[in-house]
Write a new protein. Sequence first.
Length: 406
Amino acid sequence: MPEALIIDACRTPRGIGKQGKGSLAHLHPHHLGRTVLEALVARTGIDTADVDDVVWGTSAQVGQQSGDLGRMTALDAGFDVRASGMTLDRFCGSGITANNIAANAIMAGMEHLVVGGGTEMMSSPKKGLMPMGSGNAHLQEIHPQSHQGVCADAIATLEGIPREALDALAAESQARAARAIKEGRFDKSLIAVKNLDGTIALDHEEFPRPQTTAESLAALAPSFPAIADYRHEDNPTFRELINQKYPDLDIQHVHHAGNSSGVVDGSGAVLMASESYVKAHGLRARARVVATSNMGDDPTLMLNAPVPAARKVLERAGLTLADIDLFEVNEAFAVVAEKFMRDLDLDRNKVNVNGGAMALGHPIGATGAMLIGTVLDELERTDGQFGLVTMCAGGGMAPAIIIERI
């Protein structure tokens, strides 16, 4: 089987995802994606006429994010018109899935040069609050699907994970992110975003709150009690949806703004190539894709698929947990990362070592591409070999990927 080699990876900083407050919120999503695509070309010297496809993840494909963001972003970046582009939605898992598809196409021998990435402008207006599968009474009857935050609280309740443990993890995420920023661990991949007039829009992470402590987090009110009891039209409430499947569950609300992922704007991209293309064009590969996988789990709890996804991708790779030097599991909510480490009995010093989405933010369709770049940079910094990246996604799914540093 041909190998899918990672040539480079880069990303924008994450800007606060609120109109009038975030430094990227005034820009078009094409602009953010163009920033990272232009950087990949400048850093590697590739001829964009050779790019077989640009596979892009974007979850909220509405408004300015509609109309095949992958193709439009490539055109905006000045790519040759022969470089095709597509856009996909696997909710939060879109960025990993975009890269998995890019790698799979190369490993199948069908493509030679592919970009996998994503963009999400969470500052853009979105549709109102409603359950997944809303309007499909049959689907909700067989697979009731709630709100992600309410699901996070439900999982913590079922697993007996106390708020104190979740707040401690959130405080640690902030501390690790602050250390990574201070030591320049993100500098290799971070690309400043410029306005159309050439001035800097954002050149640093905007969301982190390094002053955060477990004590300050303990003072925050839970975010999801009111949402749990919100009713959209004639639909059941989010709490009722979970109780349809777990009737005896008395959900304890333990997640809040500090131990949930941050709402941000951002974009990231990874350039992959076949071994034959690398040799023919004198490129240097930084890593290879070892294995990819997708996994589904309970749609009602929604957030539990990362653990079985990790086990599946390890089996595909012929590796064990002990072989993995670094893990990145998206901190959509603290319970996701906490359960991941508990279920797999992982060394916490190998998981999200530079902080995660609780500190840095989670630009939905872009996060997976960002995490692949983050784990690659850290493998190089620490002389590690294997990195595993996974994340929960709406509908009860999780993509996963293992890369090996070259």
